[in-house]
Design a protein around this ligand. Sequence first.
Ligand code: PAP
Length: 330
Amino acid sequence: MEFSSLSKPIVESNISTEALQKYKEEISTLPKEDGWSPLIHLCLYKGFWFYPYFLEGAMYAQDHFQPQPSDIFLCSAMKTGCTWLKSLSFAIATRGQYDDSTSPLRTTVPHDCIPFLEYGEYSTAEGPRIPLVASHLPYTFLPKSIIDSGCKIVYLCRDPKDTFVSMWHFFRKLENNRPGEGDLVSIEEAFELFCKGLSSHGPYWEHVLGYWKASLERPDKILFLKYEDMTKDTEACVKKLAEFFDCPFSLEEERKGIVQAIIKFCSFENLSNLDVNKTGKQVKKDAFVENSAYFRKGKIGDWRNHLTAEMGARLDNIMKEKLSGSGLTF
Ligand code: PAP
């Protein structure tokens, strides 16, 4: 894998409002349910629930996105550790170009270092482009061109209880920045919805299962990771990622402590304390997200501080039932 073109962060969406119009019309005809905020509906499209804003870009990508076979996709449901995966992947892939002191991750939020497929942040122009692309889309939603081109995919998932808690806090934080959209439902109400599959890109278990099954069918193309494993043995995961990207660490690099330096640089403690991630903002259309919203606690098991043991057991049971026979457990 040649990562020489992986340099400049991409932030701007290149999808025009006109290009999205036909998708907006299609979305307006889809079945709807109240979302986590009373004024924004979730709409059902091919078995998954989406906020319209995410769906427009996804539909556009399905029709227009053309990958290079060497593109690698970093996929995840929301709030399962995408920011961490992006920063580790970016640091691994660009280690020949940058070190800790020069990395764009020092001054750019990880989400702006690797573009999102469904936000149209990739370049459709001919010529070299960044070979890492992220997506929150379910496997069956990825543009067919990605599968047909044999692109590699990394999928990251996380314990559903922590994922849910992280999501609720994230949307609550966003709500403060989008006045007029109505209050977010309570964590108890959101939990009920999550258990019914009603969450952004949900049902969560279907999202995970789609990639899990695909990873069993195409293990050479899909690397399936869990946030918990990444936390417990970050070194093994970082090495696995580098091998999967076809740029394994050399003995010389290991001797120089490059693996450990990447892990330390991309740690929650380090990234969350960088100025850009403490005070910066991402501007998306008419709204903005404070970069600090991507860094809350970064811990395993924080759900215990927000859900009762009964709620935890209920969600565990739902997951067990939905994943039964798949070989996947949390
Ligand atoms: P996204 O869906 O908006 O992209 P995503 O990055 O997938 O969000 O998930 C955010 C979670 O990853 C947060 O979890 P928490 O709410 O339970 O704290 C965030 O804190 C955590 N996170 C972000 N960066 C790191 C990191 N460097 N190491 C570990 N966890 C991290």
